[in-house]
Design a protein around this ligand. Structure first.
Ligand SMILES: [Fe+2]
Ligand SMILES: [Fe+2]
Length: 260
């Protein structure tokens, strides 16, 4: 049994998320065949060791704010290629959440490193998020009628999102004690609440994408989903191991993929 699939399933249960048995089986199998590096002890040790340096940690918060902001924009664009209105709506909610996450990372930077940023730089950080809200967001119209993706391409993206959101959850779990260690006693409750929110949101992102995957499985696509989950788990693993060598992705809750 792989710890990444078990952790994800555990958090889904903890928050009362209903997910299909087939999805759980396929996720377990994918993580068994392609074990994710972000679930391995060396990865966590490496992250904790680097996070001891305040400068590295502050930069990783900024990198996260940027990645969540970019992820939010890309996910919104993706929603405009989806025909299924329920799925498109779920993807748009996801985009709004990631936009909020970008702002939350900037807020954490301000709380944990209050005196080390110039006003000018602080203002630039606010622009990392697209600032999408339920009452203020880009158009929901399809990009064009001939740009609607076929269902298999949509499901391929949804599977990638699902596996990347599991990675985002794991990284939030790694981040939590580090945030708490950098926090002053006065800010500890606030920082912990923000961490709780991140963990809840990332679990809900796994839930909605698992729901879409489960629906597709029910339509008779078991074997395709099973093999795509294994294949995309490998894609996600390789993507981040390459980045790891370049030292630029360790610990980021990156949502987007280079080919999205
Ligand atoms: Fe996020
Ligand atoms: Fe997320």
């Amino acid at each position: 049994m792989n710890n990444v699939s078990e952790l994800a399933i555990n958090y889904l249960q903890r928050y009362g998320c209903k997910i299909s048995q087939d999805y759980k089986t396929f996720l377990r199998e994918a993580c068994e065949i392609q074990p994710p590096p972000h679930g391995m002890a060396w990865y966590g040790n490496c992250y904790r060791q680097r996070a001891r340096k305040a400068e590295w940690f502050a930069h990783s918060l900024i990198a996260n704010a940027a990645e969540e902001g970019n992820g939010s924009r890309k996910v919104w664009q993706f929603s405009r290629h989806i025909q299924d209105s329920e799925c498109a709506q779920l993807v748009r909610s996801h985009s709004i959440d990631e936009s909020r996450h970008s702002n939350m990372f900037v807020a954490l930077l301000n709380i944990l490193f209050p005196t080390q940023l110039s006003e000018n730089f602080r203002a630039q950080l606010q622009n990392l998020s697209p600032n999408y809200y339920y009452h203020k967001h880009p158009t929901t119209e399809p990009i064009s009628t001939d740009c609607i993706l076929d269902t298999k391409m949509v499901m391929d993206e949804i599977i990638k999102i699902n596996l990347l959101e599991i990675r985002a959850l794991i990284l939030q779990l790694l981040l939590r004690p580090v945030l708490q260690a950098y926090s002053t006693p006065q800010d500890l409750a606030k920082v912990t609440t923000m961490s709780d929110l991140f963990i809840y949101d990332e679990t809900k992102h796994i839930e909605y994408s698992a729901y879409c995957i489960g629906k597709y499985i029910q339509q008779g696509n078991q074997e395709w989903v099973r093999s795509m989950m294994i294949c995309r788990q490998q894609t996600v693993n390789e993507m981040f191991l390459t980045d790891l060598e370049l030292e630029n992705s360790l610990g980021t809750t990156v949502l987007s993929t280079p080919n999205r």
